[in-house]
Design a binder for this molecule. Structure first.
Ligand SMILES: Cc1ncc(C[n+]2csc(CCOP(=O)(O)OP(=O)(O)O)c2C)c(N)n1
Ligand code: SF4
Length: 329
């Protein structure tokens, strides 16, 4: 290295980082969705347009007449982010522009109310990355259960009582439903693993066609934990096997973050008030805990998460390990 050469680390420090979502918005402290959206837009860079479904992200970033976005941003309805993004992409294509389109929505919008428009967008293979910020309930309107809410979680519309222990039904397996559209790339991610999010966003945006990212994003208000521990909570969801980090290409499993020593689901659940009833002296609680542990064990098995190979990175090292484009046995 010559004397005049500036070390790479210093260059990196001097380099202004692009930020698509500025500070000063009105998310709650420790909101996983705010952090995830920031990481997504930072990784995507400035040549991007956003379509944002109704929900917390839309509300806390754009209280009229202010906006925290530094990118062209369009508020779609709750139900049609996929259709709006399809139109934006078609218009850009007609103009000969290479600007990327990212559609965004919460789990209520993605799993339930906007699913039809999303499915159409994927089936027509629009050149759009759809990002779902999965906080596992309709948070913006007061914590109602969605089809993404995990089994046994308490919400305002799946309360704990004599009749039931929180939500009766299972969390919808959206990533498999999305992958069944045979799109080029679909993946799950978590705010606990920022470098993994960055890589997945870049990988998705490098593809010409529809891609999908489901990011697990704690909501301190709806999950009932302190905002200071959002990342810890998110990490335990991954490390217990309840929220596996996987990549699927044309429906085939091509990457997964191995878990050397999976944590018990109780470590994750007991940090959150929405599962507080599972730690009371009630025989039904024990049964539900066993049920949730079985779901995590099932994920670990079907996605081959037990990392007993030579993988350099795992859930401590924070990366999804790619196995090379074919489903491994
Ligand atoms: C068709 C329609 N139904 C209901 C609403 C009311 N609404 C606005 S935001 C919201 C909840 C959004 O939940 P989600 O998509 O999970 O995003 P979050 O707020 O949790 O980030 C609801 C029900 C609406 N705006 N439009
Ligand atoms: S309610 Fe939840 S999702 Fe909405 S801003 Fe607060 S922490 Fe974020």
């Amino acid at each position: 290295m010559s004397e005049t050469t500036i070390p790479l680390s210093e260059l990196r420090r001097k380099q202004p980082r692009f930020s698509g979502l500025e500070s000063g918005h009105r998310a709650c402290l420790g909101c996983g969705q705010a952090l995830a959206a920031r990481l997504v837009t930072e990784s995507a860079g400035p040549d991007v347009m956003l379509a944002n479904a109704t929900g917390c992200l839309e509300v806390f970033t754009t209280p009229w007449p202010e906006s925290a976005w530094r990118l062209p941003w369009l508020h779609s309805l709750f139900e049609n982010a996929g259709a709006i993004a399809s139109g934006m992409e078609a218009a850009l294509k007609a103009q000969g522009k290479a600007t990327k389109v990212i559609a965004m929505g919460g789990d209520g919008s993605t799993f339930d109310i906007g699913f039809q428009a999303l499915s159409g967008m994927l089936e027509r293979n629009h050149n759009v990355l759809y990002v779902c910020y999965d906080n596992e309930a309709y948070m913006n309107t007061g914590i109602q259960r969605s089809s993404s809410t995990p089994h046994a979680a308490s919400t305002t519309t799946s309360p704990v009582g004599k009749e039931r222990m929180g939500k009766r039904h299972l969390k919808k397996d959206i990533i498999q439903i999305i992958a069944a559209h045979n799109i080029a790339y679909a993946a799950t991610a978590s705010v606990a693993y920022p470098s993994d999010i960055r890589k997945k966003v870049r990988r998705a945006l490098a593809i010409e066609g529809a891609t999908f990212l489901q990011i697990h994003a704690p909501c301190p208000l709806g999950w009932g934990h302190d905002g200071a521990v959002s990342i810890e909570v998110a990490r335990l969801a991954v490390q217990s096997g309840l929220f596996p980090l996987i990549e699927l290409e044309r429906g085939e499993l091509t990457g997964a973050m191995p878990l050397r020593t999976p944590k018990p689901v109780s470590a994750y659940l007991k940090m959150q008030q929405r599962f507080g009833h599972l730690f009371k002296n009630d025989p039904r609680a024990l049964e539900e805990l066993e049920h949730l542990q079985a779901i995590a064990d099932h994920n670990i098995e079907i996605y081959h998460l037990r990392g007993d190979g030579e993988d350099a990175l795992d859930s401590e090292g924070a990366d999804t390990v790619r196995r090379g484009g074919i489903r491994w046995a």
